[in-house]
Design a protein around this ligand. Sequence first.
Ligand code: TYD
Ligand code: MG
Length: 462
Amino acid sequence: MAKAKGTIFFCKECGYESSKWLGQCPGCKEWNTFVEAPAAPKSAAHTGISSRSTASGFAVPGRPKPQTLREIASDTASRKNTGFPELDRVLGGGIVAGSLVLVGGDPGIGKSTLLLQMCKNLTAVGTDVLYISGEESLHQIKLRADRMGEFSEKLMLLCETSLDVIGPVIEEMKPQVVIIDSIQTVYRESVDAAPGSVSQVRETTMALLQLAKGLGVSIFIVGHVTKEGTVAGPRMLEHMVDTVLYFEGDRHASYRMLRGVKNRFGSTNEIGVFEMGGDGLHEVPNPSQYLLNGRPQNASGSVVTCAMEGTRPLLLEVQALVCRTNFGQPRRTAAGTDYNRVNLLLAVLEKRLGMRLGECDAYVNIAGGMRINEPALDLGIVIAVVSSYRDLCVSDDTMIFGEVGLSGEVRAVSMADQRIAEARRLGFTTCILPKVSLKGLQKTGDMRLIGVDSVAEAMKAL
Ligand code: TYD
Ligand code: MG
């Protein structure tokens, strides 16, 4: 622990604490991430919410007694459904009592909208919910709520930014779910730093954590992610909370993806897909269908492939456009996937298949605005490039996946079963996949499966 008085320095990436400024953080090895913050007196961090609070919820009288696993009651039934199956899935099956959930995302992506709609669903089934906003006035929240339809009387709203006021209110009301929108606006008076700074965010999150665990309230906190400029990136928050969800998507496209990146009560990497409409967010229960909408028929350079998001297969269209370059240096772009990976795949085609791509511009795009970096997309990208280069189309009912190695070999990918099942569900009849993945496949119905060892073989199969 640093000195009780004066200032200390924090790494804004990982929260590493030091008594002096450092150029490189010893914790996460990032450069130039140290910021100065007033040191919190040690007592403040351990006295609960404030002198005004009762603090009875988390004061431990006497010596704590360790327990065996058998002594601890398991309350599996205490998960609450949010009314959004997509959100429940990402949360690992619903809201766990006493959990602290961080919902992060760019400003304007729809975090407040999602949580307000969740409140609507929760209160409709009789859950007590308290929505605390430090960003919008009650009037603004009402305007937003009016677009979403009828709300129940169970939803209580409060505009407040001081945690020394919020804490006692929560302790008194004991709601089942609390929303804090956003963590960057709340502060504690005992901490001498601006709201949103590292020390404020740390202190307020710590206090909220104690409240959640002490009272068994589930608390959702909203955290803005901004590139540089935010002193307290939610990065540091991730260590403290139980669950981290990121709400992402292209602000100009209407679909939004909710991604679990940490979850103490379920699996991570699950995604939920939503679409922003005039009356709030709507779930997209069939994202593959949604992503393939508007796919061109019989066009060269278009290939359907399958990526896994957690346990969920997603069919995507990979588009490639290869044309003669008018400049000395050929242009390459990759939208929605890794630029370097695309360059590597182009090099494989050049070297192993003798295609003269050095004279061509190549543009690769994942349609629908998704961002996917899975190696299983490799074969789809390669075939799309070849298809555009030779101006040949791939049949509309064919789905292609597989990882491509540097010598042009096609390597196995995981969860081939699920990918094939998803393709079959959407009416695809042929699937080109790594030969090694053919082994151990469960029943695949009438799907025509073509196993390939190399890119050259995949081209022959087409
Ligand atoms: P918001 O939830 O305020 O974003 P955040 O809390 O993440 O900053 O979302 C705001 C955006 O959503 C805004 O650009 C308007 C749009 N929106 C709709 O398109 N339809 C709606 O019904 C609502 C409520 C918002
Ligand atoms: Mg908001």
